[in-house]
Design a protein around this ligand. Sequence first.
Ligand code: SAM
Ligand code: SF4
Length: 451
Amino acid sequence: MKKVHIKSYGCQMNVYDGQRMADVLGQEGYVETATPDDADLILLNTCHIRERAAHKVYTELGKLRDLKRERKAQGRETQLVVAGCVAQAEGAEIQRRQPAVDLVIGPQTYHRLPELLAQAKGGRVVDTELPPEDKFGHLPAPKPAAILARGVSAFVTVQEGCDKFCAFCVVPYTRGAEFSRPVAQVIAEVERLAQAGVQDVSLLGQNVNAYHGDGPDGRVWTLARLMRRIAEAPGIARIRYTTSHPRDMDEALIAAHRDLPQVMPFLHLPVQAGSDRILAAMNRKHTGDEYRRLIDRIREARPDIALSSDFIVGFPGESDADFEETMRLIADVRFASAYSFKYSPRPGTPAAELSGQIPSAVMDERLYRLQALVEQHRQEFNHAMVGRTVEVLLERTGRHPGQLAGKTPYMQAVQIESATHRIGDRVLVEIERAGSNSLFGRAIEQPVLAA
Ligand code: SAM
Ligand code: SF4
């Protein structure tokens, strides 16, 4: 039996891609292994979004080269593959820096993995083409057992690429132009997941709310329309989508939060910064106040919605006053959670060429302050749940025996003690305590069964 070890870095779309590559390789007789030591094929599914993420890949490749040598000394061959956005961005450069790499494959050609692996046995291969065929149409569907093993929550990529060209971001270069999967293909995938026991789907895209897929009626469907159709799929109880751009939050999508009980009251809507000057320099095409007004409209439609965001501190030219605008926006919106990053200049992006790059120590200090404020709001949001009863979808066993862990509709982790409930149950839980990363509660009902 051949074994493959897949290590994914970065975003959820890479996790999804890693699963689809495992499905392709499964057809070739590979089974997944959790460690690289016993793998015949090691695949790094990489991220290029910040310099540090890209750097990690080369460190890891150095270790894997040694492992490959050790295995060879024992008479075992290992193929080493680099996939994902570093592969797309750096191509042959990867093999120049690390000759032990057998294959470099960009995100658009994963369906060709078996043929490229065979080719790489005869000599190193690089494939970062953007082929005309739709890779999704050529990737095999996962088997029910594989779906079940991945759990009751699943990712489904519905959109790839981005046409927004934010000045700091490599995505439009590594993932290419916006592409939406056809509606029928997405629905077939969601229904297959639901039949295997999935109840919670996260629709993924670099710019998912710009979704514009060909519908079965010959028209172009928006994300809101797609979600209305997915909500009809038997068994699907929870729908989420990520990541969205504020400019693409249309009325129909906001209405979906009001009208569809399956659409969860959680929205990740990156704003990046609060200063209009910096937002303009970032090419975000909205102001801080436009973002605030958008949030007001979303909260009008769904008052309990939990909001999350991404922030970049230290974009070139960001003054102390600009940064205070970001802090003011955070104080106004009060996010339930957020990701925040120090600006990282990326080769080929317009911002990397700008003057006024900010010293690292200044970025550190800003990031520290920003994260402290977001953390304060996150804790307040979580503590406000104590005493409330919420539906929790149980997703896995907890850290201690007898514990089960799941999520609230607001994406908070919850632990309960129960001998009677199982993974996949949706239970009403009274929240008794808020820890720093998890809520704790007790189930107050028998299992609520699938939708
Ligand atoms: N499409 C999404 C959006 O509209 O914001 C996010 C895409 S990106 C994969 C995730 C996050 O990484 C971004 O929201 C941004 O905050 C951060 N990011 C992207 N490029 C960056 C850079 N050069 N330096 C620091 N953070 C960056
Ligand atoms: Fe990158 Fe998102 Fe901007 Fe597209 S919208 S360029 S993915 S940050």
